[in-house]
Design a protein around this ligand. Sequence first.
Ligand SMILES: *Cc1c(COP(=O)(O)O)cnc(C)c1O
Length: 362
Amino acid sequence: MNAPMPRPSILDIKPYKGGDGTLPGFENTIRLASNEGALGPSPKVIEVLNNSNLELHRYPDGGATMLREGIGKHFDHDPERIVCGAGSEQLISAICRAYAGPGDEVLISEHAFVWYSIVAKAVGATPVKVPEPNLYADVDALLSCVTGKTKILFLANPNNPTGTAIGACELKRLHAGLRDDILLVVDSAYAEFIEWTEYSTGADLVDAARNVIMTRTFSKLYALSALRIGWAYGTPEMIDTINRVRSPFNVNSAAQVAGLTALEDKEHNEKTRAHTTRWRTCLTHVMRELGYEVPDSLGNFILVRFPVEPGKTAQDADQYLRDKGIITRAQGSVGLPDCLRISIGTEPEMRAIMDAMKAFVG
Ligand SMILES: *Cc1c(COP(=O)(O)O)cnc(C)c1O
């Protein structure tokens, strides 16, 4: 019997698996698997959601006008060149759908954020993975893999799960080496955490060129993962294009109010940033002291590489931590089966995982 069949590239997709939230036998698991903001959202967001009349029978503002204006003001961008989405993940899909299709190539670094290869396959394009020495995106290697079929280059900067970033000069060099008809997508999901003076979110390139778009999210520093809010900053042509393919009411009313409020709570945002830097530095130090390789991370997480020695592997550590109620994230899906990614959590959570890891090493 015949049955409807999806396009072959769809069956090639390994479904995205989010970090686990619960463990059997534990009432309060320590969730360090999804890079959610350690301190939770701004109390002002909770307050505004509790007190807003969201008029749930009304459709949301499909253009997310107030939110775009708030983002524009906060980051000094023209709101007309911003589009919001239900998470930046949705905008990344829309970009791929609009600019790539069957037969095209989408360039990504070897251990890039896993979503890029999923969206490339979903539109029938071929994700081309470029070797990544030392867990850093390599500009020359990326440029050497450009072919006549290349349509998009996705760069997470810093990347998830490696945490590593390239500086503004390297980013500029990457852009300068690309043909004008190749879209450079700079995914700056962790930008709000970064104080590195060499860092660029990519917004300056968006302003200077016609083939760059930057994506951002409220899921990380602003800790609003549940509400799904992301945004992109691009040329008017790109924003017009994405507006044609995105869902018309993609950002719900609660999300629009929450996002706008989150931007305004400078104190909470600064507290989250300082907390994250402090505990990322501490956790990195402790893990290196225990003998693990940990790349310098600029995000709210670190990547830890484990040996292949039986009893000491990433899988062994993962299980050991789970038995203690701690969930981290395995990285087989991005070609790093010997690594775990650990998100920065609260102080008690950080103390718990450092103690557990010391005991694991023995
Ligand atoms: C978390 C993450 C995103 C997706 O965030 P949304 O919740 O969809 O806004 C995008 N890119 C990178 C690199 C991420 O780590």
